[in-house]
Design a binder for this molecule. Sequence first.
Ligand SMILES: *[C@@H]1O[C@H](CO)[C@@H](O)[C@H](O)[C@H]1NC(C)=O
Ligand SMILES: *[C@@H]1O[C@H](CO)[C@@H](O)[C@H](O)[C@H]1NC(C)=O
Ligand SMILES: *[C@@H]1O[C@H](CO)[C@@H](O)[C@H](O)[C@H]1NC(C)=O
Length: 233
Amino acid sequence: MTSGGNSLTAAVLLLIMMKVFSVLTLSCSSTMYQAQDLCCQKCPAGNRVKTDCTETAHTSCVACEGGTHMDKPSGLKQCTHCTICDLSFGLKENRTCTSTLDTVCKPEDGFYCVDVAAGSCMAAHKHRQCQPGEYISQTGTAFRDTECSDCSNGTFSDGTLKFCRPHRPCESLNLKLIRPGNATTDAQCEEQDQDNVVPIIIGCLLTILVIGIVIVIVIYVKRKTLCPKRDVL
Ligand SMILES: *[C@@H]1O[C@H](CO)[C@@H](O)[C@H](O)[C@H]1NC(C)=O
Ligand SMILES: *[C@@H]1O[C@H](CO)[C@@H](O)[C@H](O)[C@H]1NC(C)=O
Ligand SMILES: *[C@@H]1O[C@H](CO)[C@@H](O)[C@H](O)[C@H]1NC(C)=O
């Protein structure tokens, strides 16, 4: 670079610094904002600045257009775009955007929030699915994931219930256990073998036969004892 170029650069820098310094020294109240070397009235919430104030004119404000908002008084020339609750992030609207308040998102059903900013959910994850052999020990909410716990011994679950069901007690149902249960599957029982049924049937028939014989004997004996008496009378 030439020395002429250097001095020109220095002069420009000095000018910029002077400008910055003069700007920095201008301090506006909280209801005002700075436009060039003037303090202008801020536009109210729900509005943006259309044109800055001048020596002779107030700030000109205009309402935020649809889909945008301004949540506090400002000197900004653009309203902020409303947040869109993104379904692909598991989000839906809990409060629609107005000109003064941004959208508030919440997790959609079956999701819970993993990232909250300014009271609005920014991202949500799907509730975990309990596995077979587990039960839902804590149902998931919009703020908390589902919790799963293992089934205790002697019970089973496919993972969709809030409890584990006890295995079918084959023995106490007088059934034959053909496959013991585990945490995911119920015990399997089967009707007792025919071998066991035949003696039972035979036993019943024998009982009926014995009762029949007893009845016959009783009737025979009664007749024998009653008839002579009738003869006497
Ligand atoms: C939705 O908004 C209501 C009212 O502000 C609040 O009570 C509730 O917790 C919000 N729901 C979620 C899931 O953030
Ligand atoms: C469940 O059964 C297994 C094996 O049958 C045993 O090792 C374990 O201690 C039992 N657990 C409970 C909680 O009874
Ligand atoms: C439980 O039993 C079922 C059916 O017999 C079987 O498929 C499964 O692998 C068993 N699970 C465990 C954890 O033993």
